[in-house]
Write a protein that binds this ligand. Structure first.
Ligand code: ASP
Length: 333
């Protein structure tokens, strides 16, 4: 029987304690905790790592403060185009979707790609059509409208940049008729205090189940003001998401650098070829990311239930739980 382990992230970036408000910190932590609970319930009752990471990511996608699913950032055209990937370390099977629209939980479609097609990655309209054929739950544009994301887009357009790092524009009222409106509207007065924080969104989960099988899942809205069909590292197997028999990895940060560093696979390769621990390999991967100019972090587990959560940014929303059942939730360095 293997040691159970689950780790999740809600994005990395310039998340400064000095700019965080207690209420907002509590909200972020509650989102991380809900995701840990969802995954842990499955793992601790003997479920598979694959089910656990999917459940944790669904929870994070439903939480409006993270850049995935409901809280996905806006493209230059004011749309929400989402990427997601899931990988089963035991079978080395993976499924991913890129720039899907109006899908409530893109991670579910990624899993369907893995289980019901002979492909790994479906993109754009085709991916949406595939989801529709399988009756996957969709949501109207309003569901994905959160005013803090909309204001981020206006900032990014005004600054003329594709924002790799979303300023945590938390604090605006959401559109009428959308549940959980209060969650964000409570922060209207706090927005000004946090609006300059830089944090890279994206959510992810990695797990080791009772059989020692590993899985990884990642989901994102990508970058604010992204154009031209840009796809980040998240749905690219080996870059933002990877799992095999040695480790499972989910990354968050400036996607282009994770793609150039093939970062998620890099952790597994270092373990395999150098015969080093998960912790050493994960830290080396982040050192390399720093060398090539990238910012962000990753979460990783191995088949013995060890966890590594390295990052080179100011903070990373992260949580983990191992066999003792104690939840650890942290934000800052
Ligand atoms: N890695 C994601 C991307 O580049 C963004 C993030 O992690 O916030 O699409």
């Amino acid at each position: 029987m293997s040691k159970l382990a689950l780790a999740i992230h809600g994005g990395a970036g310039t998340i400064l304690r000095s700019q965080m408000t207690p209420d907002l910190e509590r909200e972020y932590k509650s989102g991380v905790e809900a995701a840990l609970k969802a995954g842990w319930q499955i793992l601790s009752s003997g479920g598979s790592s694959l089910d656990a990471v999917e459940a944790a990511v669904v929870e994070l996608e439903n939480f409006p403060l993270f850049n995935a699913g409901r809280g996905a950032v806006f493209t230059a055209e004011g749309k929400n185009e989402m990427d997601a990937a899931i990988m089963d370390g035991q079978t080395l099977k993976a499924g991913a979707v890129a720039f899907v629209k109006n899908i409530k939980n893109p991670i579910r479609v990624a899993r369907l790609v893995m289980e019901q097609t002979e492909h790994v990655l479906l993109a754009g309209e085709g991916a949406n059509r595939f989801a529709a054929e399988l009756g996957v739950e969709t949501a109207p544009d309003e569901y994905f409208f959160t005013e803090h994301r909309w204001l981020q887009l206006q900032d990014a357009i005004a600054a003329g940049r594709v924002q790799l790092d979303h300023s945590a524009r938390v604090g605006e009222k959401e559109s009428e008729g959308v549940e959980e409106t209060e969650l964000v509207s409570n922060y209207a007065d706090q927005r000004s205090k946090v609006k300059d924080q830089r944090s890279l969104g994206t959510v992810g989960a990695v797990a080791c189940d009772v059989k020692g099988h590993l899985a990884a899942a990642t989901s994102t809205g990508g970058m604010t003001n992204k154009k031209f069909g840009r796809i980040g590292d998240t749905p690219v197997i080996g870059s933002g998401t990877y799992a095999d028999d040695l480790c499972a990895v989910s990354c968050t940060g400036h996607g282009e650098f994770f793609m150039l560093g093939v970062s998620a696979y890099d952790v597994a390769a270092r373990m395999r070829y150098k015969d080093i621990s998960l912790d050493a390999a994960a830290n080396e991967t982040i050192s390399r990311l720093t060398k090539i100019g990238g910012e962000g972090g990753l979460i990783a587990v191995d088949a013995h239930g060890n966890i590594a959560l390295p990052f080179n940014s100011e903070g990373m929303y992260r949580g983990s739980v191992t066999s003792d059942g104690v939840f650890n939730i942290e934000i800052y360095k």
